[in-house]
Design a protein around this ligand. Structure first.
Ligand code: ADP
Ligand code: MG
Length: 776
């Protein structure tokens, strides 16, 4: 048997156990003694029927030991014995059976029927499991009452009163039936009125002079204290607590469904089905990790025994979500590790050789990342790594090391960039870097090459004449084949779809893969979305913090901004103007930028103003970029973010129009294009949006990591798991900053389960259940 009575007992006992710890193991957590309570409960008939003799005996012993000598040691004996009983209880019904029950539509549950089920389906609640996992918006504490005298000074507040039913009357007023109740306590009286609630009069009259709980907004009107349509409850047995002495949940509702009915339904459903929530942790794991039982957590979310306990409950449920995610990611990672990869040999000499090609010393983080690459390449398993870091942190140069080691092992390295301009820039960097090494030859592969150029590049790749290639998604075309490819690098991975990346990676057998993110990835995101990858981070910038002054400017402040822009031009430096992003239409973007260019020409008559937009042909773009690079003072107007991914050292100011249309990370990345040489630089965020709290983050910080964290916080936890897994459970519960330790804990627990697969059966069932059927 697996009864709800047992569940209720465990729930109560665990709260008491928590108190025992708080009270220093005194056996005082429950009135008349914790052990007395436990002995009484465990001697009841239902308990005896539910548990085998051996376990009950064990419990009796442990109880006695604690009773005689309440101490930490005895407490732990008791705790683990209770755990054993609960483990027994947990496994009374096979998980698959419980899961099937949880997936039943509510319609067939006690107290529902088609009509109520229909109402709940409007809240996206169809199945029992949906209902149980839809949490209250908040709770109200009904354990606290005020006297009527106190209520006089609490007008407008929702107040709870415990009083006596003194007098009941009824009258008709303008088509309404008004029932009035005079309720008294030892400090005074108040009048509660009920409008059109026909059954109320009879009910109240039957209980004249009985105690009543009232909860409602207090008003002082016509010289009297009033409550209109209060919630009320007449306790059946004064010794037993009523819902009015609990913490009560408050749910999101829909028309036709009242808070009281909702509560009644969830209470009933919990009563019946909490016993069907499978627990995948054993009691010893729960004790070790200090986490609550899964069913208890769910139950405390709805009807908590204390507020402190709701926080523990929330943590357990968040931990579950993190654990499902981490287990899946790490399992994938382990599988990947088992594959045979291309083992490369990297000598110390090779590493020194690479460093000698560079005009500067690598930073500490760069060196560390390079070492991580080396380990991967030599491991015999395919590398599967993410590298992230701020704009300008020097990721490209470290990626160059990866290419160098690959080529020195007589394999090919392929670098895929999101745009042609970026591909060219990277190609230029690498050709000059490797110019002194005769054994290295690179090709550039772009979609817009002439037929002849393309054929030449294709041949070089296929024949092995080229040892490295830089290009765009042109690489994924079917006819592009490689000769001994071993390493793929994908820059700004988010600009490519998963499918696109896959199409590239299948062109080699178990290649080493490095994906790079142009901006830092918040730590929660790194673990949840990239948990299947190894992660390298570059925190420090090679040239130290950039000296960029960022200012939010409204249209009316343009004159003062232009003065600064003039001073920039006077120093023979250059300016970018980024036009607003109009997602719907590229032609609107173009029109906008053409107009902007005219405006700027009028304002800066003696200055060269260039325009770059998405509809221009490649050689036109190249031409413009070249002109801008060569000019001594110039302004470049650009429509898209993409085109600005360029390294022009003398650019020291950027104006971003309609900055509110860009994401924070994107703005930060854009602004990284100025001040490439640590010169004093400016970034003006032009916006007339009324609320600029988001943009202020950029004004205050130049640190991409901090910005990424804040940005994620603003966008909310829904972002964490991408689209598929962004179940609303998660958004309801998780607090990004605060819960990071839980994510790390989940990772640790997941690792332990993976190291000991025989213990992971129940967890895997839970994950499968979640993935297969509970996409909320
Ligand atoms: P990212 O790709 O991370 O945005 P890059 O690799 O383009 O950054 O590097 C930004 C700039 O810093 C480049 O001009 C690069 O040559 C330079 N750089 C990279 N590493 C170092 C270093 N260790 N010391 C000095 N300059 C560096
Ligand atoms: Mg880069």
């Amino acid at each position: 048997m697996k009864s709800h009575r047992s569940f209720a007992l465990w729930k109560r006992i665990h709260v008491a156990l928590g108190k025992e710890v708080e009270l220093g193991y005194s056996n005082h957590s429950i009135k008349n003694g914790f052990t007395a309570y436990l002995r009484k409960a465990s001697s009841e008939d239902w308990f005896i029927q539910e548990y085998p003799d051996s376990l009950r005996e064990k419990l009796n012993n442990a109880t006695m030991i604690y009773e005689k000598n309440p101490s930490e040691g005895a407490f732990h004996g008791l705790l683990s014995t209770i755990g054993e009983l609960q483990d027994y209880w947990d496994h009374q019904i096979p998980t698959a059976v419980m899961q099937d029950i949880l997936l039943k539509p509510l319609q067939y549950c006690k107290g529902f029927g088609p009509k109520r089920a229909q109402l709940l389906s409007r809240l996206d609640i169809q199945k029992i499991v949906d209902f149980l996992y839809t949490f209250p918006k908040s709770w109200i504490d009904r354990r606290k009452t005020n006297t009527i005298l106190e209520a006089y000074s609490m007008q407008g507040e929702t107040v709870q009163i415990q009083a006596k039913i003194a007098q009941v009357s009824e009258q008709k007023r303008g088509g309404y039936l008004i029932t009035s109740l005079v309720a008294k306590d030892h400090t005074g009286y108040l009048i509660a009125s009920f409008v059109n609630q026909k059954y109320v009069k009879k009910l109240l009259q039957e209980h004249l002079n009985s105690p009543i709980f009232l909860s409602g907004k207090i008003q002082y009107q016509y010289g009297k204290l009033q409550m209109s349509n209060p919630l009320f409850e007449i306790p059946k047995d004064p010794k037993h607590p009523t819902s009015f002495q609990e913490i009560q949940p408050v749910y999101k509702l829909t028309d036709g469904l009242s808070q009281n009915v909702y509560r009644q339904l969830i209470r009933q459903t919990l009563l019946e089905h909490i016993v069907h929530i499978p627990e995948f942790f054993t009691s010893s794991v729960r004790i070790q990790e200090n986490v609550m039982h899964r069913g208890e957590a769910l139950s405390h979310m709805h009807f908590p025994l204390s507020f402190q306990v709701t926080e523990e409950a929330r943590k357990r449920l968040v931990l579950d979500e993190f654990l499902f995610n981490q287990y899946t990611a790490l399992q994938y990672k382990m599988l990947h590790r088992k594959k045979e990869g291309i083992q490369l040999h990297i000598s110390d000499e090779m590493i020194l050789d690479y460093q000698s090609l560079l005009p500067f010393e690598l930073t500490f983080d760069q060196k560390k990342t390079m070492r991580e690459f080396c380990e991967d390449l030599q491991s015999g398993y395919p590398m599967n790594r993410l590298l992230h870091g701020d704009v300008g942190s020097g990721k490209t140069i470290v990626a160059g090391a990866l290419m160098y080691f690959t080529m020195k092992n007589q394999y090919q390295a392929i670098f895929m960039a999101p745009t042609e301009i970026l591909a060219k820039q990277v190609f230029r960097i690498f050709t000059s870097l490797f110019a002194s090494d005769q054994s290295i030859k690179g090709v550039l592969l772009l979609g817009e090459l002439t037929k002849k150029e393309k054929e030449k590049a294709e041949f070089a790749l296929q024949s092995g004449e080229a040892s490295f290639a830089v290009g765009t998604h042109a690489f994924i075309e079917d006819k592009i084949l490689f000769h001994r490819p071993a390493t793929f690098i994908v820059d700004e991975q988010h600009r490519f779809g998963v499918e696109q990346r896959k199409k590239l990676f299948v062109k080699a057998t178990q290649p080493h893969v490095l994906v790079m993110s142009a901006t830092p990835i918040p730590r929660t995101m790194a673990l949840t979305q990239f948990g299947d990858l190894d992660v390298s981070v570059i925190q420090q910038l090679p040239q130290g913090q950039k000296n960029i002054e960022t200012r939010i400017i409204s249209s009316s402040q343009r004159d003062s901004m232009n003065q600064i822009l003039w001073s920039v031009l006077d120093k023979d430096e250059k300016i970018y103007v980024v036009c607003p992003l109009i997602e719907e239409s590229e032609s609107l973007n173009v029109a906008n930028s053409v107009q902007k260019t005219e405006e700027i020409k009028a304002r800066f008559p003696s200055i060269d103003v260039y325009l770059l937009h998405g509809k221009m042909k490649t050689d036109e773009k190249n031409h413009v970029m070249e002109e801008f690079r060569k000019a001594s003072k110039a302004i470049l107007v650009s429509t898209t973010v993409i085109e600005v991914g360029v390294d022009v050292a003398e650019a020291t100011a950027m104006v971003i129009e309609n900055a509110e249309r860009f994401g924070l990370a994107q703005l930060h990345q854009l602004r990284g294009r100025v001040g490439r040489k640590s010169q004093k630089s400016y970034c003006f965020l032009v916006t007339d949006a009324t609320s600029s709290s988001r943009l202020q983050i950029l004004e205050q910080s130049n640190n991409g990591f901090a910005i990424a964290e804040k940005d994620l916080e603003l966008r909310g936890p829904g972002e964490l798991f991408g689209t598929l897994q962004s179940g609303h459970i998660f958004s309801q519960l998780v607090r990004l900053e605060e819960d990071y330790p839980l994510l790390e804990k989940a990772k640790m627990i997941a690792t332990r389960f993976l190291e000991n697969p025989s213990s992971a059966g129940e967890l895997e069932k839970a994950i499968e259940f979640r993935n297969r059927k509970m996409v909320l």
